[in-house]
Ligand binder design. Structure first.
Ligand SMILES: Cc1cc2nc3c(=O)[nH]c(=O)nc-3n(C[C@H](O)[C@H](O)[C@H](O)COP(=O)(O)OP(=O)(O)OC[C@H]3O[C@@H](n4cnc5c(N)ncnc54)[C@H](O)[C@@H]3O)c2cc1C
Ligand code: SF4
Ligand code: SF4
Ligand code: SF4
Length: 760
C-alpha cells in the first residue's frame, strides 16, 4: 500500500507536527503470526503517518502461510515519494507481536539504538542482558485486547492495541492517536489503544554493544543446501510449538440450561446420556438431583428451555419433555449409600421440597421421617395440580422411588408449634417444608354468598371426590391456580368459564402453555378487570367488575393496576378465587424467627431449616426441589444454606456456538390428546414425545462430544485422539487457535502458556 497525501489534505503536515527526535526516512518492521493482524498493524502505522502528511509505503511478506505461521510486514515513511520496494532489512523500529517469535532472526538487521517494542506480559527489566543495545519497550497488548474483547474467542487481535503503545514511544500526543483512530474508523478499539499508550514500559538505557551480524540486502546470501540435504530431514522437524504463546485447552463451560434449572439438574449431561446411551443412563444422571422427574417433565415452567442456546437458532430443545421421556421409560432405582453414623432428620411437609430434602438425605444413608398433614404425600402435586396435567400414577411412581430408599412417611400428622419444638429436640435436624400459608381472600361485598369459594379448596375436593358443576363460572386470578380452576371447572360440567384478571394477559404469571391450552379448551380471559362486588341472594348470581388501568410499573416491573369507577357485571353461578397464598409459617413456636432459611430463638441458632415455598416463596415445583436439596446438604454440612457451585461462571452464549455446524431441525413437539368432550374427562392432555430423537438437537453447549472437528481443522495435524479425549502436541502446536474457532460448542479455549495449570 502506498499513499501520498494530496497537498490540500485536511490533515496537513502542519496540523500534526512530526514528533521530536524522529528522523526520516523511517523503516518499521512488524513480526507477528498469520491471523494476529501483523500486516494490518503495519498498515495502521502507515495510516498514522499519513495523518501527518507524510509519504508511506507498507506491505506484508507472506504467501501460503497458514494461521499461526510467522509473518513479517513493513512500513516505510518519508517526506518524499518512496521508490525503494525492497523488504525492510535494517529497521529503525521493530515491533514484535508475539514473544514466542523473539530470536536472532527477528533481530536481524536491527542496529543498536533502534526502537524495539515487544508484546509480552513481562517488564523490560525481566529481559536483563538481552535487548540492552536497543531502546526497548514492552506492553501486554494481548491482555488489554482480550479484556476489551478485540478478536475472536480463539485469537485475540492486538494490532490496534499495540499501535497505542507505539504511538507513545514515537512521542505522539494522545490527541493525535484519538484523531487518527476516529478518522480510520477504529473508534471501537481506541479504549484498548489508550490503555496500551498509558501502560507501555520502556527501558531507555541503551548500551553500546556490537550489533549482531546482519544479512541485509546486498550481503552475500547464505549457501543453499542441495535438494538432497533438504529432503534428508523429511518429515520436517521444525518444532513450531516454540512459536506460540497461547495453547488450546479442552475445558468444559457451563451450559445455560444447567445454570437455569432451579432443581440443579445436569441438563446437558442427561440429554447427552440419553442420546448416546439411552434412558437408563440418562436417568442415573437426572436422579442425582431430581427426585420427581415424572412431575417436572410434565408441569415445570422449564426456565431451562428459556435459556437454551438453540432458541436463538431454530427453537429451544424440548428439555422438559425429554425429562418426562426419561422418567417414563426408565426403571432405575437409586441405591442408597451406607453412612456409618447416620443422622436422624425430621421433614415436615411432604410436598416437592420435603420430598427432595428427604430423598437427598436418604440417598446418602441418613434416616428420614416425613410428617405430612394430608392423608398422602405430594403437597400441591397431590391436592392442587389436576390429573389432566399430572396423573396420580406419574406422581406415585416418583414418590414410591423415594420411599423405597427407606424414608418413613407419617401421613395425617399435622405438626403443631409444640410438636416442632419437640422434634427439634428429638431429631438431629428438622427441615420444615410446609408450603405457603392460607389462601388470600377478596375483600368485596357479597363474598360470603354460596358459590363463592377458594379455588384451592375446589381443586382439592375435585381430586378427592369429584364434583359436578352447572352454569357459568368466574375465576379470579392469573396464576397456575386460576388456570387449573378454569380448566377443571370445564371438566366438571360448567357451561362457560371466564378468568377475570386485573392486569394484561401477558402479565399472567401462569405457565404460558397452560394459558394457551385453556384458551383452546374454551376458557375466556377477561383482562384489566377487578371484582368489586358479588351479586345474589343466598347464592351468587353475578360479579360486578371494575375496569382497571395500567399505572406506573411496580417493584415487579409490571404495571400497577389502578381500579377505576367504571363497572359492568358478569352473570355467574360460581366464583373461584385464585388470588395467591399468604407466605406465613403457622407452626412457628413463640419467640422463634426465621432468618436466611434457619430458625432462631433470640440469639440461639436452632437445628431447624426451612425449604420450598415457605422459605423462598418462589412458587414452582423445580424451585421447591432445588431448595429442598440445598437444605438437606446444608444439614449435612452444618451450614445455613448450601449453594450450587455452578452459579458463578458465565454460561456459554449463543454467539459462542457455531450455528453453521448444525442443520436447522424443528423441535419435536409433544403429542396432544385428540379433541374430545371435556366434561368428566380428566385424561392427561399432553401425551409427551413419541421418542427420544429430540435429544439429537442438543448442541451440548460447552461440553465436548468427541466430534473430531478440532482434530480435523488443525492445519498442522497436531491433535490426536486418546482414550479419554484429545491431546494437543505442544511441541508442534503453533497456537493458531483454528481448533478453538472451529469447535461447534465452545468446549476448548486458548490459554496463555504461562496460565496456571497449562502445560505443553
Ligand atoms: C393449583 C396450583 C397449580 C400449580 N401448578 C404449578 C405448575 O404447573 N408448575 C409448577 O412448577 N408449580 C406449580 N404450582 C406451584 C407448586 O405446586 C408449588 O410451588 C410447590 O408445590 C411448592 O412445594 P412445597 O413443597 O414448598 O410446598 P407444598 O407443595 O405446598 O407442600 C407443603 C406440604 O406441607 C404440608 N404441611 C403444611 N403444614 C403442615 C404441618 N403443620 N404439618 C405437616 N404437614 C404440613 C402440606 O399438607 C403439604 O403437603 C402450582 C400451585 C398450585 C396451588
Ligand atoms: S426441572 Fe424444569 S428447569 Fe430443570 S431441567 Fe427439568 S424442565 Fe428444565
Ligand atoms: S442446546 Fe443443549 S446444552 Fe445447549 S442450552 Fe440447549 S439443551 Fe442446553
Ligand atoms: S471440536 Fe468437537 S471434539 Fe473438539 S473440543 Fe469441540 S466438541 Fe470436542
Amino acid at each position: 500500500m502506498e499513499r501520498k497525501i494530496p497537498a490540500d489534505s485536511s490533515i496537513a503536515a502542519a496540523s500534526i507536527p512530526l514528533p521530536a527526535g524522529l528522523t526520516l526516512p523511517l523503516e518499521v518492521r512488524v513480526h507477528g503470526r498469520g491471523g494476529q493482524g501483523g500486516v494490518t498493524c503495519a498498515k495502521l502505522i502507515a495510516a498514522l503517518f499519513t495523518e501527518m502528511g507524510l509519504f508511506v509505503q507498507t506491505f506484508g511478506d507472506y504467501g501460503s502461510e497458514r494461521s499461526g505461521a510467522p509473518v513479517q510486514a513493513y512500513t516505510r515513511v518519508d517526506r518524499v515519494a518512496i521508490k525503494n520496494r525492497n523488504k525492510v532489512y535494517r529497521p529503525d523500529h521493530l515491533i514484535v507481536l508475539d514473544e514466542g517469535l523473539m530470536g536472532a532472526q527477528v533481530l536481524e538487521g536491527v542496529a543498536p539504538g533502534s526502537l524495539l517494542l515487544l508484546n509480552t506480559n513481562a517488564s523490560p527489566g525481566s529481559f536483563a542482558g538481552r535487548f540492552e543495545r536497543y531502546r526497548f519497550g514492552t506492553i501486554d497488548a494481548t491482555a488489554i485486547a482480550r479484556e476489551q474483547g478485540i478478536g475472536s474467542t480463539a485469537v485475540v487481535i492486538i494490532n490496534t492495541t499495540i499501535l497505542g503503545a507505539y504511538a507513545r514511544l514515537l512521542g505522539l500526543p494522545l490527541s493525535v492517536l484519538e484523531k487518527a483512530y476516529t478518522s480510520l474508523g477504529l473508534g471501537g478499539d481506541l479504549a484498548a489503544a489508550k490503555h496500551a499508550y498509558e501502560q507501555v514500559r520502556v527501558s531507555e538505557a541503551v548500551r553500546e554493544i556490537e550489533a549482531p551480524a546482519v544479512s541485509a540486502a546486498g550481503a552475500p546470501p547464505p549457501a543453499v543446501a542441495a535438494m538432497l540435504g533438504h529432503s534428508r530431514d523429511f518429515p520436517a522437524t521444525l518444532k513450531t510449538g516454540s512459536w506460540s504463546n497461547q495453547v488450546p485447552v479442552y475445558s468444559e463451560h457451563p451450559a445455560p440450561c444447567n445454570l437455569a434449572c432451579p432443581a440443579g439438574n445436569d441438563v446437558v449431561g442427561f440429554i447427552q446420556a440419553l442420546k448416546n446411551n439411552g434412558a437408563e443412563e440418562a436417568a442415573a444422571i437426572l436422579l442425582r438431583t431430581q427426585p420427581l422427574p415424572s412431575v417436572c417433565g410434565r408441569v415445570c415452567p422449564a426456565p431451562c428451555m428459556q435459556a437454551c442456546n438453540r432458541g436463538a437458532f431454530d427453537g429451544a430443545v424440548n428439555i422438559r419433555s425429554l425429562e418426562r421421556w426419561i422418567a417414563d421409560h426408565s426403571t432405575l432405582k437409586p441405591t442408597p449409600q451406607i453412612d456409618e453414623h447416620p443422622l436422624h432428620v425430621a421433614v415436615i411437609g411432604g410436598g416437592p421440597a420435603g420430598l427432595s430434602a428427604a430423598y437427598q438425605l436418604a440417598l446418602r444413608g441418613h434416616s428420614v421421617t416425613i410428617y405430612e398433614a394430608s392423608p398422602a404425600l405430594g403437597g400441591v402435586l397431590r391436592n392442587g395440580i389436576p390429573a389432566f396435567r399430572l396423573p396420580q400414577e406419574a406422581l406415585s411412581r416418583d414418590i414410591d422411588r423415594i420411599l423405597k430408599l427407606g424414608v418413613e412417611a407419617r401421613c395425617g400428622s399435622r405438626v403443631s408449634k409444640a410438636d416442632l419444638d419437640r422434634l427439634a429436640h428429638d431429631f438431629d435436624a428438622v427441615i420444615a417444608c410446609v408450603g405457603f400459608g392460607s389462601a388470600l381472600d377478596l375483600e368485596a361485598k357479597g363474598g360470603g354468598l354460596d358459590g363463592v369459594e377458594q379455588g384451592l379448596a375446589f381443586l382439592d375436593r375435585v381430586k378427592r371426590s369429584g364434583e359436578k358443576l352447572k352454569g357459568n363460572v368466574v375465576v379470579v386470578g392469573g396464576g397456575n391456580t386460576a388456570i387449573d380452576c378454569a380448566r377443571t371447572a370445564l371438566r366438571c360440567g360448567a357451561a362457560s368459564v371466564k378468568i377475570v384478571y386485573r392486569r394484561s394477559r401477558a402479565d399472567m404469571p401462569a405457565i404460558a402453555e397452560e394459558i394457551e391450552d385453556a384458551g383452546h379448551e374454551g376458557v375466556e380471559i377477561v383482562p384489566y378487570r377487578q371484582p368489586v362486588e358479588f351479586l345474589g341472594s343466598g347464592a351468587v348470581s353475578g360479579v360486578v367488575v371494575a375496569e382497571v388501568e395500567a399505572g406506573p410499573p411496580d417493584a415487579s416491573g409490571r404495571r400497577r393496576p389502578v381500579v377505576t369507577s367504571r363497572t359492568s357485571s358478569l352473570a355467574c353461578d360460581k366464583v373461584l378465587l385464585a388470588l395467591g397464598q399468604k407466605s406465613e409459617i403457622e407452626l412457628m413456636p413463640d419467640g422463634w424467627k426465621m432468618k436466611d432459611g434457619r430458625a432462631w430463638l433470640g440469639e440461639r441458632l436452632l437445628p431447624v431449616w426451612f425449604a420450598g415455598d415457605c422459605s423462598t416463596g418462589d412458587g414452582t415445583v423445580t424451585h421447591a426441589i432445588g431448595s429442598g436439596r440445598l437444605a438437606a446438604l446444608a444439614v449435612l454440612n452444618g451450614c445455613d444454606a448450601a449453594q450450587d457451585g455452578a452459579g458463578a461462571a458465565d454460561p456459554v452464549a449463543p454467539g459462542q456456538i457455531r450455528f453453521s455446524h448444525f442443520d436447522v431441525t424443528p423441535s419435536h413437539k409433544d403429542g396432544q390428546l385428540p379433541p374430545a368432550a371435556l366434561a368428566g374427562n380428566f385424561q392427561e392432555v399432553n401425551l409427551g414425545l413419541k421418542g427420544p430423537e429430540e435429544a439429537q438437537r442438543c448442541f451440548s453447549c460447552g461440553h465436548c462430544t468427541h466430534c473430531d472437528t478440532c482434530l480435523i481443522s488443525c492445519p498442522d495435524g497436531v491433535i490426536v485422539r486418546i482414550a479419554d479425549g484429545y491431546r494437543v502436541d505442544g511441541e508442534y502446536c503453533k497456537g493458531c487457535g483454528m481448533c478453538v474457532a472451529e469447535c461447534p460448542r465452545n468446549a476448548m479455549t486458548m490459554q496463555d502458556k504461562n496460565h496456571k495449570g497449562v502445560r505443553v
